[in-house]
Ligand binder design. Structure first.
Ligand code: ATP
Ligand code: MG
Length: 337
């Protein structure tokens, strides 16, 4: 039976200082052990979402947005400061054992025991989940094959490349056939061919009725894979819908990023009055974003307006509807900034 996910107003404030090396630097004049102000980092700021059973759901957002913290809370590794989370009917914090049986987790950074072989890692994981010897051997063989690791099965993980370790992490998370799979940046470090292989594996797993939550920075990945998507920034959901609907919500569809030698209020006003222009936004006084119903055909008109308003057009970048544009629209920042 497919399992859904729900969170209610999750907040996470990290208040512990970042870990320091042993004998770490102590500022002159501040005695060891003296009170330093504790940093307060709000990683989640009231995050509520509902993922349907059998859905492939994506969390998309820039570095530090709170994606891994959300996954951490949902997989029992991070205790929320307030709010609640459920996997199926189970409260994640209060019913951790039940939750752990339902989920498989691919962490953002591989955490394998380097002194084990790939096969041992899979077999030990399945044994931990109580899978019988015959079944776990068969499943390990099939997953090693699926992730193209058969010829590496008996080698120690210490000598694996980053991409191989990542593939092994995903295989391990699938070993006990969990109802719900969490994949935190699953394709980071994978070559393009392997990324496509991974997408196929995720789709097949989902067709078996499994729910999947993944985090990503890659627009193409979110677009290609996810039934629905939440765009997260500063620990909050800023948009949530199907990739198609999210793209359709960008005003006008086209985004023209412009730079002018001299950007005056008059220039911005005149851009706004051009046919097909839906929205004009000035970023940091030098770049201007124009959302419009058309792309290239607007350029001659924009150039003419610029000349007559005394601000020469110095750079143009046109993009068609994409999730990247959507992110820009909501945050004023590029995902890659
Ligand atoms: N253990 C921790 N202690 C202190 N602060 C933390 C800890 N883990 C995360 N943070 C902070 O919480 C915020 C959210 O981090 P998180 O790892 O959830 O972001 P993310 O969206 O997964 O980013 P990325 O795309 O880089 O993986 C960041 O400001 C981060 O520095
Ligand atoms: Mg992360």
């Amino acid at each position: 039976m497919a399992v859904g996910v729900r969170t209610q107003d999750l907040r996470k404030i990290y208040s512990s200082a970042p870990p320091m090396a042993a004998g770490g630097f102590v500022a002159r004049g501040s005695a060891k052990g003296s009170k330093q102000p504790k940093p307060q980092i709000t990683a989640l700021d009231g995050l509520s979402l509902e993922i349907q059973p059998g859905e492939i759901f994506g969390l998309l957002g820039p570095n530090g947005a709170g994606k891994s913290t959300t996954v951490g809370v949902l997989t029992t590794r991070v205790r929320p400061t307030s709010g609640q989370a459920w996997i199926g009917q189970h409260d994640v914090w209060k019913e951790q054992a039940e939750v752990k049986h339902l989920i498989g987790v691919v962490p953002q950074r591989p955490n394998h025991d380097f002194s084990l072989t790939a096969r041992e890692i899979l077999i030990f994981h399945a044994a931990y989940f109580g899978m019988g010897s015959k079944e776990r051997n068969e499943r390990a063989d099939s997953l090693l094959e699926k992730f193209k690791l058969t010829d590496r099965a008996n080698q120690m993980v210490r000598g694996f490349s980053g991409g191989m370790m990542q593939r092994l992490s995903i295989a391990r998370a699938m070993m006990h056939d969990p109802q719900l799979l969490f994949l935190d940046e699953p394709s980071a470090g994978l070559d393009p061919q392997t990324r496509i292989l991974l997408w196929d594996i995720i789709r097949d797993y989902n067709r078996e009725g499994k729910t999947i939550l993944l985090t990503t920075h890659y627009m193409e990945e979110a677009d290609a894979l996810c039934h629905r998507l939440a765009i997260v920034d500063h620990g909050k959901i800023i948009a949530l819908d199907t990739p198609q609907q999210l793209k359709a919500s960008i005003p006008g569809g086209y985004l023209l990023r412009l730079r002018f030698g001299n950007q005056t209020p008059e220039l911005l006003q005149r851009l706004q009055s051009l046919a097909g222009v839906r929205e004009v936004r000035s970023n940091d006084g030098t770049a201007t974003d124009v959302y419009a119903d058309r792309g290239g055909s607007l350029i001659p008109e924009i150039a003419a307006v610029a000349v007559s308003a005394g601000g020469e057009l110095s750079d143009v970048h046109i993009s068609e509807p994409s999730l990247e544009n959507l992110f820009l629209h909501h945050t004023g920042r590029s995902l890659r900034d």
